[in-house]
Design a protein around this ligand. Structure first.
Ligand code: PMP
Length: 451
């Protein structure tokens, strides 16, 4: 490995960081991570911390999952690459499809379309939604609806359904025909409604209103995260997603669940949609499907979609989407091993138990520190603290103070993620009660440093 000075200097000289201002990255250089073991990471200066970010919501099994490493090595030796474009397939991706079918059977999803990551999965799902309606003879259904605060990656269709200005404004004009409704975000919403159930009903009414305004026959799909993640961990009331399902059905609109974060145990169930008892028409997955050990994703398709495409005789159902790395055999081998470990360790149960411990601990921190305006979570291992400079007016905290809290928390032993005014926690699902205590005490030290 190159030495610490070389890495720091050349990071500044030769690379730009995603989701960062280049000047800010120069002024506040990143922590350079050089090792990972269990649920801990080590930086270039040899400092070890608990990774409360879980990579980027994806390293559910931690950094030492030997069966996944072995599966990757074995596949590299056997067949490092072959395409699954028309005319060829590979054994690893077939076995994975068969496993995924079993995994997603309770969600009513039986076929997979493979991608290289979450943004790809979103893009493919939106393209297939339009194509589905064209094949069925409803070519006018081209628009998309989604939630403000939602995050759906950064490809152009995904950015167009994204509900956060940060990922949109500098790239406009985006795709025409994408419209957003208010998110069931109890802490801040245009209705000033603090009751989650009443708020869910108001957001559903807004959805009905938008559909009536646009004309149901112009809308292809509604896309949502079962628990909003990057927008600041916003779990909707339990009535919300079933309500969306019912409205979509009544109006002939497809429901796409963006499960890029929520699939494979993170919410304390195997999928976020299952948590709410909803069967989507498509589910976008990525992240924990390979735990970050290989870039990979899949869109899972319901029988409703499959039947329309497979019974088409017009030629319109020929799929004009795909990536060189769709169905990559090494990614597929990694995914097979990840799924086996995910099920063997029943990580969803640990996510539920440790998630409850983390959520309670964060509530206790809120009682201690005025800066914590809202604590969100309660569904597995995805939690957020929304920071304010004043609780009564809910004035958002300044960037500098969040930066200081982040630094002091890291120095006290936990890597957390800052996203706007939120501190987001999404640790590996295999962490122990002691690791949760470490995260909480590190946050305590972080907040104490600015109190
Ligand atoms: N959808 C959701 C819900 C996500 O959280 C993300 C990534 N955080 C994406 C899509 C995009 O995934 P990727 O970064 O792998 O392209």
């Amino acid at each position: 490995m190159k030495d610490s000075n070389f890495l720091k200097e050349n990071n500044a000289r030769h690379l730009w960081h995603p989701m960062a201002h280049p000047a800010d990255s120069l002024a506040n250089p990143p922590d350079i991570i050089v090792g990972g073991e269990g649920v801990e990471i080590t930086d270039v200066d040899g400092f070890r911390s608990v990774d409360a970010v879980g990579g980027l919501w994806n390293v559910n099994l931690g950094y030492s999952c030997q069966p996944v490493k072995d599966a990757i090595t074995a596949q590299l030796d056997k067949l490092p690459y072959y395409s699954i474009f028309r005319g060829t397939s590979n054994d690893a991706v077939i076995e994975l499809s068969w496993m995924l079918k079993e995994f997603f059977a309770p969600d009513g999803l039986s076929r997979a379309f493979f991608t290289s990551g979450g943004s790809d999965s979103v893009e493919v799902s939106l393209r297939l939604a339009r194509q589905y309606h064209k094949v069925r003879g409803e070519a006018g259904r081209t628009k998309f609806l989604s939630l403000k605060k939602g995050y759906h990656g950064t490809h152009t269709l995904g950015a167009s359904v994204n509900g956060n200005a940060n990922f949109r404004t500098q790239y406009e004009p985006l795709m025409a025909g994408c419209f957003h409704i208010p998110a069931p975000y109890t802490y801040r919403n245009p209705f000033n409604e603090t009751d989650p159930e009443r708020l869910a009903q108001m957001c559903l009414a807004a959805l009905e209103d938008e559909i009536a305004f646009q004309g149901a026959g112009t809308i292809a799909a509604f896309i949502m995260e079962p628990v909003l993640g990057a927008g600041g961990v916003i779990p909707p009331h339990e009535s919300f997603m079933p309500g969306v399902r019912e409205i979509c059905d009544r109006n002939g609109i497809l429901l796409i669940a963006d499960e890029v974060i929520t699939a494979f145990g993170r919410t304390g169930d195997w999928t976020g949609s299952r948590h709410w008892g909803v069967q989507p028409d498509m589910a976008c997955t990525a992240k924990a499907i390979t735990n970050g050990y290989f870039p990979f994703g899949a869109v899972m398709l319901s029988d409703k979609i499959v039947e329309v495409f497979e019974s088409d005789t017009s030629g319109k159902a020929s799929i004009g989407s795909g990536y060189t790395y769709s169905g990559h055999p090494v990614g597929a081998a990694a995914a097979i091993a990840c799924l086996k470990e995910t099920e063997r360790l029943s990580v969803k149960d640990n996510a539920a138990a440790r998630g409850a411990q983390l959520f309670d601990g964060l509530k206790a921190l809120q009682a201690k520190f005025e800066l914590i305006g809202d604590v969100r979570g309660g569904h597995g291992l995805m939690c957020a603290l929304e920071l304010v400079s004043d609780r009564a007016s809910k004035t958002a905290i300044d960037k500098k103070t969040v930066g200081r809290i982040h630094r002091a928390t890291y120095e006290a032993g936990a890597m957390v993620r800052v996203s706007g005014p939120n501190i987001i926690l999404s640790p590996p699902l295999v962490l122990t009660a002691a690791h949760v205590d470490t995260i909480l005490s590190a946050l305590d030290a972080g907040f104490a440093s600015v109190a």
